[in-house]
Design a protein around this ligand. Structure first.
Ligand SMILES: *[C@@H]1O[C@H](CO)[C@@H](O)[C@H](O)[C@H]1NC(C)=O
Length: 396
């Protein structure tokens, strides 16, 4: 125990003298509260409140205006630091768990840098699962998960081959802007102390956060502003940029056209692929018999047969012979299904097409492109995303 104390103690001394950025304000708040109360009656609620404040207040690298450390001689701070650790680790397991559960990812990272005991706890999949789901859940699909597993496997191989390279966390953190101060702290510890297991959820989270891991997802209205992609959704590889809170998208080559890159893709233009069909494969439509006028659909479309498909939004329309009066409409019994793309002006060759309900696979030609598989949209949230993307002007 004494040895442990000394280790933590000296680690703090080191980290304190080397860290460039100030510690987050909540750390000093905890220090403040634990220094006053720890040896008498350390109250769980004190720490809980401090951490809670930090969750709702500014967190990152913003020096606390009331910073306790700045006004206190160093030796006093040291005592307080020991108090903090003793305090947290002496808490009943369940209480400590409650605290860690409420910490944001940055909090887990910084607390994990305090000592080995806290590090193991803060790396636990249990705490990271929730953060993973909250931040990335909506845009990560099975394809992204498979990609990560493949990435992990290759990382494990290369890690055993290239020993002596910077360990996992250091490499992950090397591009983790706001966490650069953690790196400076970690560089003072021994290498084993800071490596994050490659197959942990924390490792995946950090790989996403740092933009090191490119994952497959789909982008609405690709190459933003490009009129040729209005109300479509295309597959791309994405990398997150934490400085701008946006993504870089890499679209696969289109025939002779090389890879297209788009920067600054916002969160609301991304989605996890709703079906497993890869971008070059025809999706097997399973809704053809149910299509009624007014249904919202997405249909695969590609310019020519070498291009990948994108998903295009449309609605099922009425046949020319039908005036749309519900009492007489028999369109749902017809073999022909009319699809309308009302973002295009009446008369545009992109505004209407029709497919055969019985044997539709892929229809089209080199001039108008090829229409592939159809998904009927049943969920309101899926439909409303398309409505929000509706262009301000009618397209030619
Ligand atoms: C549909 O046809 C019925 C019967 O002819 C008529 O009463 C009704 O007004 C029509 N509805 C519309 C929307 O035109």
């Amino acid at each position: 125990m004494l040895f442990f104390l000394i280790t933590c103690f000296s680690f703090f001394l080191l980290s304190h003298s080397f860290s460039i950025r100030p510690l987050p304000s909540w750390v000093s708040e905890i220090r403040l509260s634990s220094s006053l109360w720890f040896w008498k009656e350390l109250s769980f609620f004190t720490i809980y409140r401090s951490i809670k404040n930090s969750l709702f207040g500014g967190f990152w690298g913003i020096p606390s205006k009331m910073s306790f450390t700045e006004k206190t001689p160093l030796h006093k701070v040291e005592n307080v630091e020991v108090g903090l650790e003793m305090g947290l680790l002496d808490l009943p397991e369940l209480v400590l768990e409650c605290i860690l559960e409420r910490l944001p990812p940055e909090g887990l990272c910084s607390l994990g840098g305090v000592c080995s005991s806290l590090r193991d706890r803060c790396m636990s999949d249990y705490f990271w699962k929730r953060h993973m789901k909250e931040k990335w859940g909506r845009i990560l699909g099975r394809a992204a998960y498979r990609e990560w597993q493949w990435h992990m496997a290759s990382r494990k191989d290369s890690d055993t081959l290239e020993q002596g390279k910077p360990n996992g966390l250091m490499r992950l953190l090397s591009r983790f802007g706001p966490l650069s101060w953690i790196r400076s702290r970690l560089s003072n510890s021994t290498p084993q102390r800071s490596s994050v297991p490659v197959d942990s959820i924390m490792s995946w989270y950090l790989a996403l956060e740092t933009g090191r891991f490119w994952f497959p997802a789909q982008v609405y209205n690709r190459e933003s502003g490009h009129v040729g992609f209005m109300l479509s959704c295309y597959d791309a590889e994405l990398s997150y940029d934490s400085h701008t809170d946006t993504f870089q998208a890499r679209y696969p080559p289109h025939g002779r056209r090389t890879v297209a890159i788009e920067n600054g893709v916002s969160w609301d233009r991304l989605r996890a692929p709703p079906v497993e069909t890869p971008p070059h494969d025809l999706h097997m439509s399973d809704c053809l018999n149910e299509l009624h006028p007014g249904d919202h659909i997405e249909i695969q479309w590609r310019r020519n047969k070498e291009f990948p498909y994108g998903w295009w939004y449309g609605i099922v329309g009425h046949l020319e012979s039908c005036d749309g009066n519900e009492s007489y409409c028999r369109c749902h019994n017809s073999e022909t299904v009319v699809l309308e793309f009302n973002q295009y002006t009446p008369g545009s060759r992109w505004r209407r097409t029709s497919i055969n309900r019985k044997d539709h696979r892929e229809e089209g030609n080199e001039a108008d492109g090829f229409y592939g598989g159809i998904r009927k949209l049943c969920r309101n949230d899926e439909i409303s995303v398309w409505k929000q993307l509706w262009p301000a002007e009618v397209l030619e």
